[in-house]
Design a protein around this ligand. Structure first.
Ligand code: F6P
Ligand code: MG
Length: 470
């Protein structure tokens, strides 16, 4: 501390900026969060255009279902629908006019966590400005919007179980029927020939299905604000043409890690467990189930734990109901190989080889580096995994904290200590955060395709292993 006569406040401020400068120099500080406060950025355009469009569609959905609410709940249903619509119209107006975000009042399991997080955001605001839609981190306000949609339903009890995004998810599954048929046919052929497969063939097929699951992530309904975004062409046939759009491809390390896990048990063979943190329903979920089936059928995993959302989320994300519905629909399909796949999946669930889990942390706005402290139970569950596959863009944003990282920063560094087990992100790029690129790679992409970070044409398979030797 200095000996001059400056005020206590000034000295505290100086000391603080000294500490910040030191931490920055030592690489301990993370870069700024992406935010709509950066005018013209993708975050700005999302908050200005895409989020109000999504809210409008939610309002329309409630309105279109008003007769159903009346049939099911009578006058109480009609009243609930009206109250929810006016709540959501007000929310849209607050968003568009950059009003402060408000604490949640619905007394749900996660309400306190949300309000506590809002306080954290408040503490980060400059000059005591309130946390608001255009001034706060994009990740926070976007998650908050989906949680507020749920509040509108929680506050109007007969509707609290209604999934405002169900119709879109169902439609996207049906619009991808051809692709699903061809994928299930491919899977069943593989399973029939599995016994005669050489190790190299096994590896090649694993890599193919990993890529199918990767590109399945193109089909989310949030980036298209709910418009049809389903898979029309044969997924396996498209792979060679898509290869050059994979910017980082760690898939062979994923394979070798899984293969090594097989022999690491005390008795030689290990009870390998793979966790899949799901993203979207519809075609993407089918690609994840196909990959999971292959892992089990090929003996690469003994157990698969799927992690999904406990409330409707980001338009197309998987809930327990979507998970079960997809398996039932596939089982009931009028197509030999589709239904054979569905029957097998149902069996995996019944015998416990596959299990579905949800945890409120997946629908909180936190970066994943907060998980060890803010959801210690989930973190320790994940620590028991041999490989965690994180699907999709939002999971990538949470893995990297949705920050303005330099593109060449290593993936491990951007995880900021989040390393419960070997993990891999399978993500098509739909937000302007990307790490782990080679020097010059981002510049080249920017000159060839200025929207490369957000147009969903590019993808990454990025791996991190806490046990990796340095
Ligand atoms: O609305 C923004 C966004 O988070 C984008 O980053 C992304 O396009 C989408 O929503 C969600 O994508 P995904 O379903 O792949 O997580
Ligand atoms: Mg999604």
């Amino acid at each position: 501390m200095c000996n001059c006569r400056c005020s206590h406040d000034v000295r505290v401020k100086r000391h603080r900026s000294f500490l910040f400068a030191k931490m920055e120099a030592e690489g301990l500080l993370a870069p700024l969060s992406l935010s709509a406060k950066f005018e013209g950025s993708f975050a700005y355009l999302t908050v200005r255009d895409r989020l109000p469009t999504i809210l409008t569609k939610v309002i329309d959905t409630l309105h279109r279902n008003k007769d159903n609410f009346f049939k099911e709940y009578g006058e109480e249903g009609t009243q609930a629908e009206k109250t929810a619509i006016s709540f959501l119209s007000k929310l849209r107006n607050e968003l568009q006019t950059d009003k402060p975000v408000l604490a949640l009042i619905d007394n749900a399991e996660d309400t306190e966590a949300w309000n506590e997080y809002m306080q954290r955001q408040q503490d980060l605001m400059e000059d005591g400005n309130p946390v608001s839609w255009f001034k706060s981190p994009w990740l926070y306000v976007e998650c908050y919007m989906y949680r507020k949609i749920q509040e509108a339903l929680y506050m109007n009890p007969p509707m609290d179980k209604f999934d405002v995004f169900k119709e879109g998810k169902t439609q996207s599954y049906f619009e991808s029927q051809q692709a699903i048929k061809s994928l299930c046919t491919y899977l069943q052929e593989l399973i029939t020939n599995m016994e005669n497969m050489t190790a190299i063939q096994l590896r090649d097929n694993f890599l193919k299905l990993l890529q199918v699951s990767l590109w399945g992530n193109k089909c989310d309904l949030s980036i298209s604000a709910g418009q049809d975004n389903s898979q029309k062409s044969s997924p396996i046939d498209s792979l060679p043409d898509l290869q050059r759009f994979i910017l980082v491809d760690d898939s062979s390390i994923v394979w070798s890690t899984l293969a090594a896990a097989q022999g690491s048990g005390s008795s030689g063979m290990k009870h390998t467990r793979v966790d899949i943190v799901l993203d979207n329903a519809g075609f993407e979920l089918v690609t994840d189930l196909v990959l999971a089936d292959f892992l089990v059928s090929a003996g690469l995993a003994k157990q698969i734990r799927f992690h999904g959302k406990s409330i409707p989320w980001f338009v197309s994300d998987v809930t327990k109901q979507d998970f079960e519905w997809t398996i039932m629909q596939t089982m009931a399909a009028n197509h030999k190989w589709m239904s054979a796949s569905g029957v097998q999946w149902k069996h995996f669930v019944k015998e416990g080889t596959w299990s579905y889990h949800d945890h409120s942390f997946w629908t909180l706005p936190h970066e994943f580096c907060d998980m060890a402290v803010d959801a210690a139970d989930l973190y320790s569950t994940l620590q028991g995994s041999d490989m965690i596959l994180f699907k999709g863009d939002l999971n990538y944003r949470k893995l990297t904290g949705d920050r303005k990282w330099e593109h060449t920063v290593p993936f491990d560094q951007a995880l900021r200590g989040f390393q419960p087990a070997p993990l891999c992100s399978l993500r098509t790029l739909k937000a302007d955060v990307q790490v782990g690129l080679q020097p010059g790679q981002a510049e080249k992409l920017s000159s060839q395709d200025p929207d490369w970070m957000t147009n969903g044409k590019y993808a990454v398979v990025q791996f991190s292993n806490p046990h990796r030797e340095q």
